[in-house]
Design a protein around this ligand. Structure first.
Ligand code: HEC
Length: 118
């Protein structure tokens, strides 16, 4: 009986530790992207400036991960322009249409990198 208690206490501890551990910060968990495509490289600059702080490397931080789900380009554009929930909106005076195109190219590359990584 006592063993069972110790076992379940250990399990609980392990589970809660691994849960807390999901928000690892400061460690890059993503492979650097190949930036042969200039739009992707340009999009990365925009991303680092406006999105990285909440969506670090496309993974979850203050905000949900955005590299792990099939978000179509038009939806991402809509969310960036209009905001969702507590995510702020980024209008044309902040992110121009050209920058938005690059940003979406970068987000697609991020997602593709995630897929290839398995
Ligand atoms: C202040 C923090 C913050 C910033 C900055 C931010 N986001 Fe978000 N983002 C969020 C939050 C929070 C959500 C979840 C919104 C919700 O569902 O309530 C979100 C959701 C999203 C989603 C939808 C994810 C889903 O699960 O459907 C996309 C795509 C996205 N953000 C892209 C971006 C991009 C691109 C940028 C940079 C232009 C950006 N975000 C900047 C906080 C942020």
């Amino acid at each position: 009986m006592k063993r069972l208690f110790i076992l379940s206490a250990t399990l609980f501890l392990l589970l809660s530790l691994s849960y807390c551990g999901t928000a690892r910060r400061g460690v890059p968990m993503f492979a650097p992207l190949s930036t042969e495509n200039p739009a992707v490289a340009q999009g990365e600059v925009v991303y680092m400036e406006y999105c990285q702080k909440c969506h670090p490397g496309g993974t979850a931080g203050l905000a949900p991960a955005i590299n792990n789900k099939p978000l179509p380009g038009f939806l991402m554009r809509f969310q960036i322009r209009n905001g969702v929930g507590i995510m702020p909106a980024f209008k044309e005076n902040v992110i121009s249409d050209g920058e938005l195109d690059d940003l979406v190219a970068y987000l697609k590359a991020l997602k593709k990198a995630k897929r290839e990584e398995g």
